[in-house]
Design a protein around this ligand. Structure first.
Ligand code: PMP
Length: 455
């Protein structure tokens, strides 16, 4: 079939996630047909660097035969069996053990889900169940942050702080409160990053004072906000959050769906930022996206209560799907055997950061930031004032994103912030190629915004 025929069929029958279907169908969707390493090919034969690792998940890159083989073998042996009703199977046992090994010391128990969103919903029920089991059923409110992202289910989207999502479907569900995000570039005003980090953390304390610690179950946050625009909190933020959660007896949940499995150069984002959560939400990089799987990891303290609390009335048909577990086991073995996380920390991370941060010299870049292999560029018409664009927010981001694809690089645009999160196996030469595409993209976008009179 030709690309035009494929597009027509897709337009006729497929409703896309996070898409304006009418606009998309008019423009024509991009058809991706294969991938290898860090590269994708579309149906017209264009080869592009996948600067987003799929959706921040293909950490070990495409075309890993070890994962393909492990899944095929598992499918032949036992394609499905459940983990309800007093049963388990070999891949779930093996993956649980591996997860206990690669997560920080207090984490030795996992509840399997099918995705990050299912992990969010699981955690809402789990933290309330935890406090009820400790005779504190009133501790039920969960505090999260504006512009956080925790999924698209009713629970996940409620925890998230995305106004456009809340506006559809009557969200958030009751018992979820949002506080400020630690977004210094966008909201820091005249404060230094360190001052602003403390201020943003103390918003948690102020919310607790207002609501009452006796009513609060947990604080729920990403180590760095991914979908919100790769927002990296100032150094003062996490230690203060940790202190407040401990002082006020509130569970700390770290949503590691993006940061987990090496993205920051540590196995988990909480290790990079140096805090000790009670619960981890995991998905994406656990299987590098080869099959869908997620999970919730609980610390020994939480596990003890949950284990002694009778039945947890919660579970998914695909909690611990055998083939998905086999994919995750093979993926984690690759991460370990090839020292991929350490390579992000010591070698390819610093190599790419240096080049990415230098993009801040471009006239339309107000700030470049990156940790591990996840970064962002803030686009502005005025570097000195960090002004926003004199058109609808997101317009310049989309212009830039389209140039990027034409130049052979997938970058994502969140508002007018460009985002990058390449596979962790990217080579030095591929980083050079990526940076060259990003530079050309900025030049093209700069010419275009000047032509349109936005500067
Ligand atoms: N949490 C975070 C931090 C995420 O980035 C995402 C997905 N981008 C989710 C949860 C939801 O995961 P999923 O799309 O697998 O449901």
């Amino acid at each position: 079939m030709t690309t035009a025929q494929l597009r027509a069929l897709d337009a006729a029958h497929h409703l896309h996630p996070f898409s304006d279907t009418k606009g998309l169908n008019a423009e024509g969707v991009r058809v991706i047909v294969k991938a290898q390493g860090v590269h994708l090919w579309d149906s017209d034969g264009n080869k592009v660097i996948d600067g987003m690792s799929g959706l921040w998940n293909v950490n070990v890159g495409y075309g890993r035969e070890e994962i393909v083989e492990a899944v095929a073998q598992q499918m032949r042996e036992l394609p499905f069996y459940n983990t309800f009703f007093k049963t388990t199977h070999l891949p779930a046992i093996e993956l649980s053990r591996l997860l206990a090994e690669v997560t920080p010391a207090p984490f030795n128990h996992v509840f399997f889900t099918g995705s990050g969103s299912e992990s969010s919903d699981t955690i809402i029920r789990l933290v309330r169940h935890y406090w009820a089991a400790r005779d504190r059923p009133d501790k039920a409110v969960i505090i999260a942050r504006r512009n956080g992202y925790h999924g698209s289910t009713m629970g996940g989207a409620s925890l998230g702080g995305m106004g456009l999502m809340h506006a559809q479907g009557g969200l958030p569900i009751p018992g979820i409160v949002h506080i400020a995000q630690p977004y210094w570039y966008g909201e820091g005003g005249d404060l230094s990053p360190d001052e602003f980090g403390l201020w943003a953390a103390r918003e948690l304390e102020r919310a607790i004072d207002e609501i009452g610690a006796d009513s609060i179950a947990a604080f729920y946050a990403e180590p760095l906000q991914g979908a919100g625009g790769v927002i990296i909190p100032p150094a003062t933020y996490w230690p203060e959050i940790q202190r407040i959660c401990r002082d006020r007896n509130i569970l700390l949940v770290s949503d590691e769906v993006i940061c987990g499995f090496g993205r920051t150069g540590e196995w988990f984002g909480c290790q990079y930022f140096g805090y000790e959560p009670d619960i981890l939400s995991i998905a994406k990089g656990i299987s590098s996206g080869y099959l869908p799987i997620g999970g919730v990891m609980v610390s020994d303290k939480v596990a003890e209560t949950i284990i002694n609390a009778g039945e947890f009335h919660h579970g998914y048909t695909y909690s611990g799907h055998p083939a998905a577990c086999a994919a995750a086991v093979a993926n984690i073995r690759i991460l370990r055997a090839e020292g991929i996380v350490e390579r992000v920390r010591d070698d390819i991370g610093p190599y790419m950061q240096k080049r990415w941060l230098a993009l801040a010299d471009h006239p339309m870049v107000g700030e470049a930031r990156m940790v591990g292999l996840v970064g962002a560029l803030e686009l502005t018409p005025n570097k000195a004032t960090r002004a926003s664009w004199p058109v609808e927010t997101g317009t310049v981001g989309l212009i830039t994103r389209d140039f990027s694809f034409r130049n052979g690089l997938v970058m994502r645009a969140t508002r007018d912030t460009m985002i990058i999160a390449p596979p962790l196996v990217i080579s030095h030469d591929e980083v050079d190629a990526l940076i060259a595409c990003a530079k050309k993209t900025l030049d093209d976008a700069w010419t275009e915004v000047k032509r349109r009179g936005y500067v």
